[in-house]
Write a protein that binds this ligand. Structure first.
Ligand code: PLP
Length: 431
């Protein structure tokens, strides 16, 4: 039956739609941090969907909030009318953003959020030039694919946005690898200045950047990098847009937003994924002056709809009421420590990095070369033992661990045991 669904999937869905596993699974139910597939096998989900299920599965507070909206009979009418939950959610996010007098525009995805932010910045600055980090991923529509640096995800280079790339994304393998934190920051800031002088006319609209690259392999830059960037950007009046699609909502533990580690306030942040705990919602939070800078009418037919905003507001309440950011910090530290110990023992582990519950394990072969075969094998090994993890990175050789932020101590231990057994097996075949 699973095979039949895979055959039908391949017949009618695009060949480029990424699927995990030799035999892809169909998830049919979930509870807590666990999901069950159509063959009745249960897994601990250490990728939280794709960082979408920030809290987990079958959370009564969220289901009840969504159900209450469904029970009104109104799934959606129009965003041309007032929507109470949308206003309430925007108020919360504006306050949490730390951006003075912020305003929020809701979309249905991270791609649309970034497209909107790029549209706002290019209009506001009257420039179609954007800076981005090398190895970035920002979405799959025309402007966002145009500024995506990671070759594996750049489906098109025909976008009218003019992009220049700077260092600061993938420190483990970039040209400045091996430098101390202060030297790395200085080198990246100098690089930004040089890129501005040698590849742009100076009147660039914005730097769009992920504080920790997601698809690019959970790459953590040194704290303070974005402060050094901002100093340069401010000289030119260039905006800073933080793509918080993966790093928002406290997932990184120390701070509510990934950019918090750098001690700067951006002009805008984009968000999606975890906010709806699985519901389709994203958006932009920006300085009011920037947000209100377009004068033509605009709308998102479904962005900020009653069902999504009801679920998102319940998600945000839950995140804050249960201090899931604190839990992410605590259990993230435990996982990082356990994985680093494992890394000392196994040659196949080249790097363990992360913040909070956003942890990357880069797998290598002889001489430290990227080892994508080991990552593919690790995915199969972990799945066999009842654990779902993510994969990514420029070379497709990074395991990405990002469980729901409600993770318990016992589940962290269980995952560490499975990862140890799985990577032991991979190490013996692929190191
Ligand atoms: N920005 C980042 C950092 C992402 O990781 C993603 C998706 O993985 C996106 C934007 C695009 O979001 P979506 O897939 O919801 O369009």
């Amino acid at each position: 039956m699973g095979e039949d669904l895979l055959r039908r999937h391949r017949a009618v869905l695009p060949s480029w739609l990424a699927l995990y596993y030799d035999e892809p699974i169909e998830i049919v139910s979930g509870r807590g941090r666990r999901v069950t597939d159509s063959a009745g096998r249960t897994y601990l989900d250490f990728f939280a969907g794709i960082l979408t299920n920030a809290i987990g599965y079958d959370i009564a507070e969220i289901s009840d909030a969504v159900r209450a909206q469904v029970d009104t009979g109104v799934l959606h009418t129009s965003t041309l009318y007032l929507i109470r939950k949308q206003v309430e959610l925007a108020e919360r996010i504006a306050e949490l953003s730390g951006i003075a007098g912020a305003k929020v525009f809701f979309t249905n995805s991270g791609t649309e959020a970034n497209e909107t932010a790029i549209m706002l910045a290019t209009q506001y600055r009257r420039s179609n030039q954007i800076l981005a980090l090398r190895n970035s991923y920002h979405g799959r529509a025309f402007a966002t694919i145009g500024i995506t640096g990671n070759r594996g995800w750049s489906a098109s280079s025909l976008s009218p946005v003019k992009v220049s790339y700077v260092h600061g994304g993938y420190r483990y393998r970039d040209a400045f690898r091996g430098l101390s934190d202060p030297d790395y920051i200085r080198a990246c800031a100098d690089d930004l200045r040089e890129v501005l002088l040698t590849t742009t006319s100076g009147d660039v609209a914005a730097l769009v950047a992920e504080p920790i690259q997601g698809v690019g392999g959970f790459n953590v830059p040194p704290d303070g990098l974005f402060a050094a960037f901002k100093e340069v950007l401010d000289e030119y009046g260039i905006l800073l847009i933080s793509d918080e699609v993966q790093t928002g909502w406290g997932r990184t533990g120390e701070h509510f937003w990934g950019i918090g580690a750098h001690g700067v306030t951006p002009d805008a942040m984009t968000f999606a994924k975890g906010l709806g705990n699985g519901l389709a919602i994203g958006g932009v939070v920006a300085r009011a002056e920037l947000m209100d800078s377009i004068t033509a009418n605009s709308i998102s037919t479904f962005g900020g709809n009653p069902v999504a905003t009801a679920g998102a507001k319940a998600t945000l309440d839950y995140l804050l009421d249960h201090d899931l950011q604190g839990n992410a910090a605590k259990l993230g530290d435990r996982l990082l420590t356990g994985l680093r110990q494992l890394g000392e023992r196994l040659d196949v582990i080249g790097d363990v990095r992360g913040k909070g519950l956003m942890i990357g394990v880069e797998l290598v072969g002889p001489g430290g070369a990227p080892n994508p075969a080991a990552a593919t094998a690790a995915l199969e090994e972990t799945r066999e033992r009842g654990l779902l993890v993510g994969k990514g990175g420029l070379h497709n050789n990074v395991l990405r661990l990002a469980p729901p932020m409600t993770l318990t101590d016992a589940e962290a231990s269980e995952a560490l045991d499975i990862l140890a057994a799985s990577l032991d097996a991979v190490n013996s075949r692929h190191a």
